[in-house]
Design a protein around this ligand. Structure first.
Ligand code: ADP
Ligand code: ZN
Length: 801
């Protein structure tokens, strides 16, 4: 027998190795192995077994890494799809599906020595004093870790060994599992009685769980607009190897799917506090009853102990008891190893984690939940550049698992898929506690500007509202999505801005340390005393724009009696800081919390009755087609922090473009209204979800080379698209040409220089993304670029900076 092995060095091909007889019954598809490659020994994954190889004289596999095959065939298939669709080497895709803590050669369980009392008959022999002392302790406990015993009895291992020699105890090596949440106290919780909306939502999800994908549901079972004819993408997918998720989900311009075959994916659109999590919990209970498991994805920032606890509490006891494994980047390597293997061994049937938890080896898988599905952190910004939400949809298809995407502000992509019948939409329009949505007031900051007094940070309205809250002993949250003190240092005379020497970006002034710092590369320098422009050297340099530090500072002056705290990446260096400040805020020890997007997400504080958004248009004018969508989402999320208790909340949105749709629809809590006007713009320009986008970036130290290479790549890509008009008289576009391919650029990236590298972009738009990915894979494989210029391909990019 021979094994086909994908090596963990990106060679874009697989190699055959002989399976030595002693390993014959252990090597299977998904096994991690070590193989010889030239003079080196390299780890890899077995992707297939075969009787014979085209090559003669194969080298043998050296050894197996880990006891169990680590990559299950299903996850292997998913990794293959990622490699193809996201246009990256299969080795890289395969590597990303296993955490480093599991892949590492010396990963393993932590073992420790335990001392156990052995049964004996007859009388205890007379023991020397020291041994007797140890024995007395042991008799009570029967079994105890050696290290603990040594400490308790203040003795040495030699004394314990003597007891072992007498046959009274045995010392064994046992696995001690690391539990990252071992110290949290879990109080078991019971399912709540659902309200009508929740019950209807759960019923739909359960019906889908009970119906294998691709089979017919009873008429009217799912709320999808009926349409005649075609089978759905889900039906196609279950028939064979699926293609790109959105090529099928959003890609084809054909009519909406037929209603009789249910989509396996739901979009659960419900405001914060509408009871989505309770639905997740009860849907998970349903798949557990069937002996299947679930994966719950949450954005890293929401992976708080409280979130994890809610899941653990529900499944900590009773008939459906199971371990809940947690996977995210704050765990130690050892903890990650243990959590992962608890899943692989089937002891943990529920996994909750950030982006990469979508690869957890849950088998069989019944349900995938992606909470806050609109979050951009689901996109991985290095190869493989996958989007965990889209991978979730694909994995659900492949493994016949139902997928539930939840959000208060769904992504344009997911809502579009609902409109086209590819996902089923479930709405939860009300909060469980019937709390009203906060009243949102938009403050026109242009007024202040017209008055000619310079723009104040706080409008009179907001100032007045804060004063009221302080008097009533209620709490306030102020939001500004920029840290630092002021956004730039500008010379009043020549207009010179202090910029980063490595990036095309102004440095931000940080007052406590008196430095200018770059928020891209971290470069910092002392604040100059005079204008850095050699020809100017004017001492009149001033600070412009604002950051959270300045807001904190001005607050202190306006409200000296208020207790103000700031929460941004500068003060929250560690996870404990974050927890501590939130604890203080909850305990009422803070009156006003100032922060960046860190405070926008999922925090519930009943005593917060005022939220102020200092500068709502800040993100609106960025050169990104999602600028409006992001602003809408952020405003809605931040506004949702107000009025979670008995008192109605109030939100002040300060803006220079108060009539911008993103601001106005957010003010009215009108997601659908926002969607309708935004989708028109996307349709016109063929931006997602109306089209699909791929972003090619060329980077290098030498700008001319980067520019030249970008032009070269653009010409190659041109050949993939339709012929230019002048050719139309000639033969039809070459077979395989992508008729709707639109190419923009090459052009300097909005951030043209970052960390000393120049960046040029080529933006591609088409509906046929999986075909484009394939074509790009060929182009990049054959491409030769100067050594110091790199090309990255980002399919469905999220960040266009
Ligand atoms: P979401 O996930 O949409 O923010 P949650 O599921 O967290 O909403 O629910 C918000 C609050 O309401 C939680 O404290 C939850 O325990 C409570 N809750 C949810 N559903 C019910 C219900 N059916 N009856 C009573 N309380 C509920
Ligand atoms: Zn920089």
């Amino acid at each position: 027998m021979i094994a086909r092995v994908s090596l963990e060095i990106a060679l874009r091909r697989e190699f055959d190795y002989a399976i030595p007889p002693e390993l014959a019954d252990q090597v299977e598809v998904g096994s991690r192995v070590q193989v010889p490659f030239g003079p080196r020994k390299i780890p890899g994954v077995v992707t297939a077994l075969a009787e014979a190889s085209g090559q003669a004289r194969l080298k043998p596999i050296l050894k197996i890494i880990g006891a169990q095959s680590l990559v299950t065939p299903r996850v292997l298939k998913l990794a293959r799809w990622i490699g193809e669709y996201y246009c990256c080497a299969p080795e890289i895709a395969l590597k990303s599906v296993l955490p480093e803590a599991v892949r590492s050669l010396d990963a393993g369980w932590r073992e420790r020595l335990c001392v156990r009392v052995l049964p004996f008959s007859g009388e205890l022999p007379k023991l020397p004093k020291r041994q007797q002392e140890v024995w007395t302790r042991l008799e009570k406990r029967r079994e105890i870790p050696l290290a603990e015993l040594l400490e308790l009895a203040e003795t040495t291992a030699a004394t314990v060994r003597k007891l072992e020699d007498r046959g009274l105890v045995e010392i064994t090596s046992e696995i001690s599992e690391r539990d990252p949440y071992g110290l949290e106290q879990i109080i078991a919780s019971q399912p709540l009685t659902l309200n009508l909306d929740q019950a209807a939502a759960l019923a739909q999800i359960i019906r889908a769980i009970d119906t294998p994908i691709g089979t017919a549901l009873p008429p009217g079972a799912v709320g999808v607009a009926p349409a005649a004819g075609r089978p759905t993408p889900a039906a196609n997918a279950s028939a064979g190897l699926p293609a790109a998720p959105q090529a099928k989900l959003a890609g084809s311009p054909e009519a909406p799917a037929a209603s009789r075959v249910h989509p396996g994916t739901f979009l659960l659109h419900g405001v914060t506090g509408s009871g989505k999590t309770e639905i997740y919990l009860q849907a998970i209970a349903h798949v557990l009853e069937q002996g299947r498991g679930a994966i719950v994805l949450v954005p890293e920032i929401s992976l708080t102990p409280q979130t994890v606890e809610r899941f653990k509490a529900r499944f900590s006891s009773g008939q459906l008891q199971t371990l809940v494994a947690v996977l995210h980047s704050h765990l130690s390597a050892g903890e990650r190893h243990d959590e992962w293997h608890k899943i692989r061994q089937g002891r943990a049937r529920i996994v909750i984690g950030a982006r990469s938890a979508i690869f957890a080896p849950v088998e069989p898988l019944g349900l995938i939940i992606v909470d806050e599905e609109h979050e951009h952190t689901y996109k991985q910004e290095e190869a493989p550049r996958y989007h965990a939400r889209d991978v979730a949809v694909m994995r659900g298809r492949m493994e016949n698992a139902v997928v539930v995407l939840g959000s208060a502000t769904p992504s344009m992509e997911s809502y579009y898929n609902c409109r086209r019948g590819k996902f089923a939409l479930i709405e939860l329009p009300q909060r469980v506690d019937d709390q009203k949505m906060p009243r949102v007031r938009v403050v026109d900051m242009r007024q202040a500007k017209r008055d000619g007094k310079g723009v104040p940070i706080f409008s009179p309205q907001l100032k007045e509202a804060i004063t009221q809250r302080l008097e009533r002993k209620e709490q306030t949250i102020l939001f500004l999505n920029r840290r630092g003190y002021s956004s730039a240092l500008i010379c009043e005379k020549c207009g010179e801005v202090c910029g980063c020497p490595n990036c095309s970006l102004a440095l931000t002034y940080h007052r406590p340390e008196q430095v200018l710092r770059c928020h891209i590369c971290g470069f910092s320098q002392q604040v100059p005393a005079v204008c850095p422009n050699e020809k100017c050297k004017n001492p009149g340099i001033r600070y412009s724009g604002l950051g959270t530090q300045k807001v904190e500072d001005i607050l202190g002056k306006l409200f000296p009696q208020a207790r103000v705290r700031r929460m941004d990446a500068d003060v929250m260096k560690r996870k404990e800081d974050y927890r501590r400040v939130l604890g203080e805020f909850r305990a009422g020890k803070i009156d006003i919390l100032v922060g960046t997007q860190m405070i926008a997400k999922g925090l519930h504080f009943p005593n917060v009755t005022l939220v102020g958004i200092i500068y709502a248009d800040m993100a609106l004018h960025q050169p990104d087609f999602r600028a409006s969508e992001r602003t809408f989402q952020l405003l809605t999320q931040v506004a949702g922090r107000a009025g979670r208790g008995d008192i109605e909340g109030e939100v002040f949105v300060q803006a220079f473009t108060p009539f911008h749709p993103a601001i106005q629809y957010a003010r009215r809590h009108d997601f659908v209204g926002f969607y309708e006007q935004e989708i028109e713009f996307r349709e016109q320009l063929k931006y997602p979800p109306a089209g699909r986008v791929a972003l090619l970036t060329l980077k290098g130290r030498n700008e001319d080379k980067v520019k030249f290479s970008a032009e070269h790549v653009a010409r190659l890509v041109q050949a993939l698209g339709p012929r230019p008009k002048s050719d139309l008289a000639g033969p039809e576009p070459a077979a395989g040409g992508i008729a709707d391919l639109m190419i923009s650029g090459p052009a300097p990236a909005p951030l043209v220089r970052a960390e000393n590298l120049y960046r040029y972009h080529i933006l591609l738009r088409t509906r046929a993304m999986s075909r484009l990915s394939q074509a790009l894979a060929h182009v990049t494989a054959a491409l030769s670029l100067p050594d110091d210029v790199q090309l990255t391909v980002d399919i469905d990019p999220v960040d266009l900076g």
